[in-house]
Design a protein around this ligand. Structure first.
Ligand code: GLU
Length: 464
């Protein structure tokens, strides 16, 4: 059987790095095992779901490199949910309830005051025909609950009923259906809850593996019962841990800074984001992998992931820097053009500066250093004459990677300086900075005219 997985976001906001985690785990699983990947928009909440968010999710996934084999929208599938609800009603496991939220709240409080678990007492199941008829005559529509299979003969007496599954990530799991309220599957206005629609769709689309966050573990107990009530094959489940902030708080769609859009705008590489979203909290080092195939080969969900997965912005910078330091020119070319690095020298420029960039956009600083006005530094008094002599010794063009060594060799011979005393004043005068890329690579880019002018200006600044 071909493994079939799905990522099922609600289009109610922008994806953040935490939502990306299940998207990637599913995608990587499909990649690793030659499976299919469905993108399903859980958009039955018509108030909060927006087509622009669905579009944004598609774009953000594309940026990461995830392309769905096919896309479904729950809002297109209401007839299927109607049919499933009818079949559950026909078998008597979906029953109407008329309690108001206030009434339910009062009951919950009473139960808690008496030290009882605040679970729904199935009062609606004990309504007489006459009471039901009276509610119907009132014109108020019921909401519908699914009767969990947690009793022997009398639904009013739920018992401990263990439901088990072998979780792909967490190993054997147990949920006690006797400790849960019958879930509402249909609201008073006739709309469906995710608990039902997800099961219907997972069944209809032949989903073999449901990989999602561990906030859904209890849902899984309930949903397995619904799969069984609908006569659908139960998929394999895998629940991964969730990414939190560094303080251990959950991420939400409101965590704007960690949205994929914001990270993209801030110039992070998609593979830095994807590597971190996946590898944080898994066994093994967090490293930036070059592409999704390498990530798929690396991630084995069965290795589990129970250690905390805290998002550390410094880690993202580290992974990004690793990718940028090794990035071939072709991958950076377009962005270098956008910051107006001269085309003819762009490759040499990139190879010279990439080791000093955390993000590709940092190249703009080095573009200024090479081609722009160097921030004036005042050399120490003993350096002024030295810089003047160094300027006079600049060799004629053309320059290449050997020029720096040849030139500083001559300067050394003439002035007797060596080491830091030789190199640092030259670097400062030529770049305005005391650190940066190899001077042997920068010097030919700075070129003879600029280099001469900078050295003379620096010498003059001290003398003047
Ligand atoms: N729409 C659900 C969510 O975003 C999907 C959960 C699932 O994968 O079943 O939480």
């Amino acid at each position: 059987m071909i493994p079939t997985v799905r990522f099922a976001p609600s289009p109610t906001g922008f994806l953040h790095i935490g939502n990306l985690r299940p998207a990637l785990f599913n995608w990587l699983y499909a990649r690793r095992y030659g499976g299919r990947f469905l993108l399903r928009f859980d958009d039955t909440d018509t108030q909060r779901s927006k087509p622009e968010y669905a579009e944004a999710i598609l774009q953000d996934l594309r940026w990461i490199g995830i392309a769905a084999d096919w896309v479904e929208r729950q809002s297109d599938r209401l007839a299927q949910y109607d049919a499933a609800a009818d079949s559950l009603r026909a078998s008597g496991v979906l029953y109407p309830c008329w309690e108001t939220p206030e009434e339910l709240e009062r009951r919950r409080k009473r139960q808690m005051a008496r030290g009882l678990p605040p679970i729904y007492g199935r009062e609606a199941l004990r309504l007489t025909e006459a009471e039901r008829a009276a509610h119907e005559a009132d014109g108020r529509r019921p909401h519908w609950r699914f009767r969990l299979p947690n009793f022997t003969d009398d639904p009013a007496r739920p018992e401990r009923t263990e439901l088990h599954w072998d979780d792909l990530v967490r190993g054997r799991q147990t949920v006690d259906l006797g400790s849960l309220s019958d879930p509402v599957l249909v609201r008073e206005d006739g709309s469906y809850l995710y608990t039902l629609t997800s099961v219907v769709d997972d069944g209809a689309f032949g989903i073999t593996h449901v990989i999602r966050g561990d906030d859904h573990v209890t849902n899984t107990g309930v949903q397995i019962a619904i799969f069984e009530a609908l006569g659908l094959p139960v998929p394999v489940f895998g629940h991964h841990n969730l990414i939190t902030t560094i303080d251990g708080e959950g991420l939400s769609k409101r965590t704007g800074a960690l949205s994929l859009r914001a990270l993209r705008q801030d110039g992070y590489e998609p593979m830095a984001v994807a590597s971190l979203a996946t590898l944080v909290g898994l066994p093994g080092a967090i490293e930036a992998l070059p592409d999704l195939d390498a990530l798929a080969a690396r991630v084995d969900l069965t290795e589990g992931g129970s250690s905390a997965s805290k998002f550390d912005p410094a880690e993202l910078d580290r992974l990004n820097a690793d990718l940028v330091h090794a990035m071939p020119y072709a991958a950076a070319a377009e962005r270098l053009r956008a910051i107006r690095v001269p085309d003819a020298e762009a490759e040499a420029f990139w190879l010279a500066v990439r080791g000093n960039c955390t993000r590709v956009a940092d190249a703009a600083l080095w573009r200024d250093v090479v081609y722009g006005a160097v921030p004036p530094t005042a050399p120490a008094s003993e350096d002024a004459v030295f810089l003047g002599s160094a300027a006079a010794l600049l060799p004629p063009a053309p320059w290449d990677g050997a020029t720096w060594k040849a030139w500083t060799g001559k300067v050394k011979e003439l002035t007797g300086r060596k080491g830091r005393a030789l190199f640092m004043p030259l670097r400062l005068a030529l770049t305005g900075l005391d650190h940066g890329p190899e001077m042997s690579e920068l010097l030919p880019l700075i070129g003879r005219d600029r280099a001469g002018a900078r050295l003379t200006a620096a010498a003059a600044r001290q003398e003047g």
